[in-house]
Design a protein around this ligand. Structure first.
Ligand code: DC
Length: 222
């Protein structure tokens, strides 16, 4: 079974998708981490964000891998080109570069084939922007998470401050809106709601409530 969880930046996707995977004993795939890893590698190698050819070459040459601890179904590490980038891909520099990298059609082709391979064999909760529309159009359950811009900025700021980056909520909100605009208006697989997706606004909802609703929907489709 595939559960596709899509939505804009900081809509609660990661927290919810991980909790759903834990609750239902499913694997979890964070596709945003894969685009972030390629963006990190591009920054590291000095590849400009507008050099589609070089970005595609990087993406095809360096598959993203995930590390698991013991029998855990949730990954504990993200790797590209033999480097542990688990922490580095959450830096503001990567936030700023990743939309341009994710807009290159060849980069997306490389990621989508890896994602189908990584999630294709086991029951997996897959989170991203195009999972229900492009990567797994036949997913048994598709959820599109949203939250107000204020709520998303507040959540993202908490993450950033926790990671040692001191930023104002207004600035975080502006950056999120810029990234959402880029992700929603790009030509290649823009952020979009699949026709058969369940839309869930998480503003003001506790995580447990969102997870409960998704677990019920998943139970109905098993
Ligand atoms: O979910 P996130 O913020 O970690 O995603 C990082 C970026 O990757 C985001 O700006 C959009 C892009 N992305 C994408 O284009 N397609 C996906 N399936 C997942 C993420």
């Amino acid at each position: 079974m595939i559960i596709a969880i899509d939505g804009p930046a900081a809509s609660g996707k990661s927290t919810v998708a991980k909790a759903v995977a834990r609750r239902l004993g499913m694997h979890y795939l964070d596709t945003g981490a894969m685009y972030r890893a390629v963006a990190w590698l591009a920054l590291e190698r000095g590849v400009p964000a507008d050099d589609a050819g070089q970005l595609a070459a990087l993406a095809f040459a360096h598959p993203v891998t995930f590390a698991y601890e013991d029998a855990s179904t949730l990954p504990t590490g993200v790797y590209i080109a033999d480097r542990d980038v688990t922490v580095a891909i959450r830096q503001p520099e990567v936030d700023a570069a990743v939309s341009a990298v994710a807009s290159v059609p060849e980069v997306r082709a490389a990621m989508v084939s890896q994602q189908r391979r990584l999630a294709g064999e086991d029951d997996t909760v897959v989170e991203g922007r195009d999972i229900g529309t492009v990567v797994f159009p036949d997913a048994e359950l598709k959820v599109f998470l949203t939250a107000s811009a204020d709520e998303r900025a507040r959540r993202r700021r908490i993450d950033l401050v926790g990671a040692g980056h001191d930023v104002e909520t207004n600035e975080v909100r502006e950056r999120l809106e810029r990234r959402d605009y880029a992700d929603s208006t790009r030509e290649a697989s823009p952020l979009d709601i699949a026709e058969d997706a369940q839309r869930l606004d998480t503003t003001g909802l506790p995580v447990e409530e969102v997870v409960e609703r998704i677990a019920i929907l998943a139970g109905e489709r098993r």
